[in-house]
Design a protein around this ligand. Structure first.
Ligand code: CP
Length: 303
């Protein structure tokens, strides 16, 4: 694995190995003993992904090169490719990129000699979010085989849905979609069920935000949407005792999920964020190892 771009590139074994590595980093803190620089090139806003990459890099002893689109030469028209080549030229050993283009990495990675991590590609894929979602489910159940998992919300415009549907299916889960009219993605071959069916039959409900920034949705009434398609307090009571709630966040409280359920006993939403750090550490070290920039002997454990 030279780059981390899509869950479609990962085998079951690679995903499970990554999850075990991430889990080990929760207790075994590692630092690399060489100086490496990472460039986090975020062309779209981010709180969780960007900050958890920063924490992951800091824990590994990797220096981060500050970059803000608005005060960079992107404002003079510099392309993503030239920006990436610039960071490679000045010594970045790792590029973490979020960009509004669904396929930004195509045509870029072939001419780079450093690993690239997809931190979000338009409405295409968000594979590092998927890995932390997988870790959260794995911690709960210890396996994926036969789990019923519903991905609920704006499927059509969600890169999280696209990465997770494929990854969960590869790992043996039964994946269902639940979406309001217009939010379906019929290019993907997964069965659709209603929100009421989903709450009663699923082991995990993965809720999604309406991605306003990716479509010109007609103004909808938040209360009506919540009642018809959201996880209401009444619906939550019909979930199986063991079932859990995931959401990649940011959350629209009162729209896809009732505000009082965001931190309820079933919710793993903040655990997902916590898992984001060790998952991203695992992704980074796996790639650096592949590129010969890291081996177990060149790290030291710290308390
Ligand atoms: N889940 C997620 O990608 O959040 P951010 O947009 O804040 O990074």
């Amino acid at each position: 694995m030279k780059h981390f771009l899509s869950t479609k590139d990962l085998t079951t074994e690679e995903m499970l190995t990554m999850l075990e590595l991430a889990e080990s980093y929760r207790t075994n803190h590692l630092k690399l003993d060489q100086q490496l620089f990472a460039a986090n090139l975020f062309y779209e806003p981010s709180t969780r992904t960007k900050m958890s990459f920063l924490v992951a890099q800091k824990k590994l002893g990797i220096e981060t090169l500050g970059f803000q689109v608005e005060d960079s030469s992107v404002t003079k028209g510099e392309s993503l490719y030239d920006t990436a080549k610039t960071f490679e030229s000045i010594g970045a050993s790792l590029l973490v990129i979020r960009h509004q283009d669904d396929n930004w990495y195509k045509g870029i990675i072939d001419n780079l000699s450093v690993p690239v991590i997809n931190a979000g590609a338009g409405k295409g894929e968000h594979p590092t979010q998927s890995m932390l979602d997988l870790l959260t489910i794995y911690q709960e159940y210890g396996h994926f085989n036969g789990l019923n998992i519903a991905i609920v919300g704006d499927i059509k415009h969600s890169r999280v849905a696209h990465s997770n549907a494929h990854a969960l299916q590869t790992l043996g889960a039964n994946v269902y979609f639940t979406a309001a009219p217009g939010f379906e993605d019929r290019t993907l071959d997964f069965p659709y069920i209603s929100i009421d069916e989903a709450v009663e039959m699923c082991d995990t409900l993965m809720l999604l935000r309406i991605q306003h920034e990716r479509h010109n949705d007609e103004q909808y009434d938040a209360t009506s949407y919540h009642e018809a398609y959201g996880l209401t307090v009444e619906r939550e009571k019909k979930m199986q005792d063991h079932a859990i709630i995931l959401h990649p966040a940011p959350v629209n409280r009162g729209v896809e999920i009732a505000s009082e359920l965001v931190e309820c006993n079933r919710s793993r939403i903040f655990k997902q964020m916590n898992n984001g750090v060790c998952v991203r550490m695992a992704i980074i070290t796996t790639l650096l190892k592949e590129w010969g920039m890291h081996n177990e002997n060149s790290t030291y454990k710290c308390s």
